[in-house]
Design a protein around this ligand. Structure first.
Ligand SMILES: [Zn+2]
Ligand SMILES: [Zn+2]
Length: 271
């Protein structure tokens, strides 16, 4: 089964044909989608999308680091209220982004730590945005790892603590996070001809630590590059990962959907 563990179908780019996009995904073998709300105005939209497609669309309540400067004293309490929703499976995306982000690291880290603590206290997995491979992102990923070590003390839980979504960063950071109980998300860029370093990264990571995602409407796989991405296109990323791991597509789908179900503590419908 294909599970799109990270999509933004509530994005306005889907306003004209959202139902058709979801129908195409489900007809194309996608069993379930996790809709990621990345800012507070999107929370009601993601919640409503999950309510409209019960058992098919789940959602995650997030606060992307690009909005770190808007975090006020009531944010954590407002987010806590959302955690009781029956289709809510995670907290995120949350994280650190020192690349093209106006908010100083200290501000981002403060918000990120509060939201990590909220998730840990509620027993919810986290969806982490902290992903590029440039120098600023190396610093962000080191700070992320330090915060994980500070917040996630105690014994390793049986379920994953979260996922580094669309990870394109450093192999040593990925391995350290996997050691702390995190998974890593693979996306469309795995299909790009020039993405050799990214493919090498995923080739070296254990398959039981990888989930598939689209990040729709962004990160469109090579076959549709230049167009809007959508959950149905996850099949291309799945095939690229199967080729890389030298396993059959059914084996790849079985393992990655198992990983997604462990991560979100949900049994997804078999398509
Ligand atoms: Zn992201
Ligand atoms: Zn995203």
């Amino acid at each position: 089964m294909l599970i799109d563990t990270h999509a933004h179908v509530s994005d306005e780019k889907f306003d004209a044909d959202r139902d058709a996009v979801l129908a195409r995904a489900f007809a194309g073998g996608v069993g379930a989608i996790v809709e990621i709300a990345e800012e507070e105005r999107q929370w009601p939209k993601a919640r409503a999308l999950a309510e409209k497609h019960p058992g098919r669309v789940f959602w995650s309540v997030g606060f992307h680091p690009h909005y770190a400067g808007d975090a006020d004293a009531g944010l954590v309490d407002r987010m806590r209220v959302e955690l009781d929703h029956p289709a809510l499976v995670a907290v995120g995306e949350i994280g650190l982004d020192y690349f093209r982000n106006p908010h100083p690291p200290a501000v981002q880290k403060d918000v990120f730590e509060k939201l990590l603590r909220l998730a840990a206290e509620a027993g919810k997995p986290v969806v982490i945005h902290c992903r590029e491979a440039d120098a600023a992102s190396r610093a962000a990923q080191e700070d992320m790892l330090a915060l994980f070590q500070k917040v996630f003390t105690g014994p390793m839980p049986t379920a994953p603590r979260g996922v580094l979504h669309c990870f394109q960063g450093h192999a040593d950071i990925a391995r350290a996070c996997i050691g702390l109980g995190f998974l890593v998300g693979a996306d469309g860029p795995l299909t790009y001809p020039n993405a050799k370093a990214l493919r090498a990264l995923f080739e070296a990571l254990p398959l039981d630590s990888i989930v598939l995602e689209t990040d729709s409407p962004y990160l469109t796989p090579q076959a549709w590059r230049g167009q809007r991405n959508e959950p149905a296109y996850i099949s291309a990323t799945a095939q690229a990962l199967a080729d890389l791991k030298q396993v059959s597509l059914p084996e790849l789908l079985e393992q990655t959907s198992l990983n997604a179900q462990r991560l979100f503590k949900v049994t997804f419908p078999s398509n």
